[in-house]
Design a protein around this ligand. Structure first.
Ligand SMILES: [Zn+2]
Length: 270
């Protein structure tokens, strides 16, 4: 193990290795207390306790519904009306996680906002649970979009997902755009689609302007949004990571806690 070109036993100098869980929590609290402008980046880990399944695990969404995985690729989705119909049917019957509620993790993040410390909440999740927990939608950047809204692939039509699902339940297997008859899709960023430039820009500004970057429930493996962590760090921000497992960017962090998010987050956000 070597860091920064220093060889041999420098592991012993890594304060994180020696810290007990209590000390880590105290260190994380100190980072939050000292910060005045916090950018939060959340991933799937914060929604796990709400019962949102992962994609590729034994009970994963895509393991149980291979068609849903195929539908998440824009090429197949655009080309295959039958695939779209199956996907609409799954959504309409609630098989693609319908009635999930925010958990204590989501609700705790609202406190950062109430304390006046939240710069921006960037989320990789497409479940809108932050907004439903009470986060100000104007502070949230949904970098991968949302499944709670529907949009046209051809024009600027957009509406609540339920509007499209009501049409499916009323007998339209593959509802088309009411404005231009184009293909409708959930407003998520599918494989093969570009991120929304305005959202990327907001995320970058949030990384540059914050004095604490707080990554929660993300392995920080998905590019390009994971870049906000090194960008913030290079600008002098502190970095705090809370995740179930080690992440790709732990070495950039001032404090790393690997534990349950809904248990630890309330302990570190006062
Ligand atoms: Zn349209």
């Amino acid at each position: 193990m070597s860091r920064g070109g220093v060889k041999s036993l420098d592991l012993a100098y890594d304060p994180r290795m020696a810290d007990s869980q209590d000390e880590l929590i105290a260190s994380a609290r100190a980072l939050l207390d000292a910060a005045s402008s916090i950018t939060v980046l959340t991933g799937a880990g914060i929604s796990t306790d709400s019962g949102i399944p992962d994609f590729r695990g034994p009970n994963g969404l895509w393991t149980k519904n291979p068609e849903a995985e195929k539908a998440s690729n824009i090429r197949y989705y655009e080309a295959d009306t039958e695939l779209r119909a199956k996907n609409w049917a799954l959504r309409a019957e609630g098989s693609l996680w319908a009635n999930v509620e925010p958990n204590l993790g989501h609700r705790t993040l609202v406190k950062l906002e109430e304390q006046g410390k939240l710069h921006t909440l960037i989320t990789q999740n497409v479940d809108e649970l932050h907004q439903r927990a009470g986060s100000d939608p104007a502070k949230v950047v949904e970098i991968h979009g949302t499944t709670r809204k529907v949009g046209c692939l051809n024009c600027d039509y957009a509406d609540d997902m339920e509007v499209a699902l009501d049409r499916v339940r009323a007998g339209e297997p593959d509802p088309s755009c009411p404005k231009c008859d184009g293909i409708l899709k959930s407003k998520t960023i599918s494989f093969g689609q570009n991120l929304v430039q305005g959202d990327l820009y907001r995320a970058e500004v949030a990384a540059v302007e914050c004095d604490l970057m707080f990554a929660i429930g993300t392995s920080l493996a998905v590019s390009p949004i994971n870049r906000v962590v090194p960008v913030a760090q290079q600008q002098g921000a502190k970095v705090l990571i809370l995740n179930g497992e080690p992440t790709e960017m732990d070495k950039l962090a001032d404090v790393v806690i690997n534990d349950s998010i809904s248990e630890i987050l309330p302990q570190i956000v006062g």
